[in-house]
Design a protein around this ligand. Sequence first.
Ligand code: GAL
Length: 656
Amino acid sequence: MRIGVDYYPEQWDRNMWFKDAELMSRTGVKIVRIAEFSWCRLEPEEGVFNFDWLSEVVSVFSNYGIDIVMCTPTNCPPMWMYEKHPEIIQVGRDGNRQQIGIRGHRCINSPIFLEYAKRIVSEMAKRYANNPTVVAWQIDNEPEAYECCCQSCAEKFRCWLEDKYDTLENINNAFGNVVWSGEFTNRNQINPPASYNLAWQNPSMLLEYSRFSSDCTAAYLRLQSDLIKQVNVKAFITTNASFSGNTPDFYKLYDGLSFVSYDNYPPVRINENYDEHFSASFFLDLMRGVKRSNFWVMEQLSGSTGSWSPMSPTTRPNMLKGYGLQCIAHGADTILFFRWRTALKGAEMHWHGLIDHSNVLGRRFFEFEQFCKISAKLDSITDTKIISDIAIIYAPDCASAFKIQPQSDGFDYLRQLQQFHKAFTKYGANVDVVGPDADLSDYSIVIAPALYVYNKNTVENIYRFTMGGGTCILTCRSGVKDSSNNCIMEQLPTCFNELVGAVVSEYDPIGNTVQTITDNDGNDYSCSIWCDVMKTDTAKTYAQYADSFYALSPAVTLNNYCKGKAYYIGTVCEQKFYSDFANKIMKEAGIPRLRGMPDGMEVTTRTNGVDDFIFFFNNSEKSAVIGLPKPLYSLIDGVSKDRIELKPFDMEIVRK
Ligand code: GAL
């Protein structure tokens, strides 16, 4: 396992670089990420490049045997560029250009900006793409699907639509533009979204704009990646993923890149109501699922977070180490902590790194040092795989469509995915979170919550998977929209009717009102957000509503379909429902379950095909003790043990 840090040499005096490299080396740091915001120092004037300082930084780290992740600095163009070409700045939905002075506000579709970007990336690649110390590249920083509304974007969007739909007539039909007399008669009438409430705008157009924005971001990354690869075809290239208001489609984003890396800032507060607490492990499983292989964490939580919000509580004892190990437990093989030093200057000075402003090494630093030591013992785990019987499908199109039309009060697509993830991982199962086009043939259970927007591949894969003997779980708001984000003249869940063996005869968007469902064993569970009133055909009822005018109507159904089974959960339930449900269907599917685990105990397994490495992570504020059926070798302590005692946020790893 390789542990590293994010470092900003341009923010510190040159003499600190040497001291820092020496301290990093003593601490166990093996890799450092640099340069993502340093354009103004690399090209201080147009066409005048200064790479001397960066080359010196590379050699300082190289002398200590520390590898480098080199970043392209294109997130933050220098001031001279904005001054000369204000047209490279993003335009908001209100038609106004952003003000300059922060970061990430250049338009990635601006031809002028792209020329500058290509030149700086080529200059960097020329110098570092064949440097053995530079083991990986990060392109830009946390690229979003920006949804800029400048003229370059508007024109590119027109071309993108024409490419997809050929004629204005096809666009008008697909978007239903006749509604409110919105039919285009000239391509120049096509424009990016306007500033008024999304609810007033055409949902087809909005979904296409978010797809377009993801495509543009992916193309922008690919452009940079190609330039680096022109110099070194084997260059190992990524960008750092994050969830934001404009989360891009990660499956498109990483398609042209070598590997996935993620910025991981798990919560420092554990919700006292454990049912309401969701582990960051969901996002780690999602990142592993993007390329269905191990990934890196490019930024990892180091302390109190702040700057964009009031400062959070600091990381509790063991948390920094525990969350680091949690990444490894979910498939990360390299983890870099954000950041080595807390900034003294700039907007981010309250987002804490490993070393505080005082420059006095403290508790968090020593915990990091301990984490480096533990990770050094885990080389036998590097490149081991996580094999899962269970998959949850995450569909970026659905996430975007729900953002455009939020359905009912409290409706939260990602939360619904997390509820399932929490339920199945509670029993020690590895769970993959995979994309809409993923091959499902390796799984026994596939959960596809709220598959709202039609995707032919996903639908066919789910049918094929179930026909072959798999168990699939669908939920309310499935099959609602065609691929253009329009409703369908058919009973819900439309394309899934045959599979589910039931239809929705009526639905009730109850929002935050709480009602009850009762399963066939007489267990009651609360539900809210949405109620699909089901009418069964070949399906049987698994649970029924207890309230409202549809009391006694089916709420959850089960259909035997060819060799498999299809469950349909027509409502959004309390967490206990999902836990009990997971327990039952894992048993039916013959997937081993660890029962009686304390709340917050996360158990995952990595394997090399011969040995299994089992991770026990106490993601809670209470100590826990677990008995093992037989003594197993602990990779942390180097002894065999049949009893695991874990303080809050402690991790144990045993070999089986
Ligand atoms: C990330 C970003 C970093 C830094 C960090 C803390 O989203 O990539 O540059 O800003 O958050 O705020």
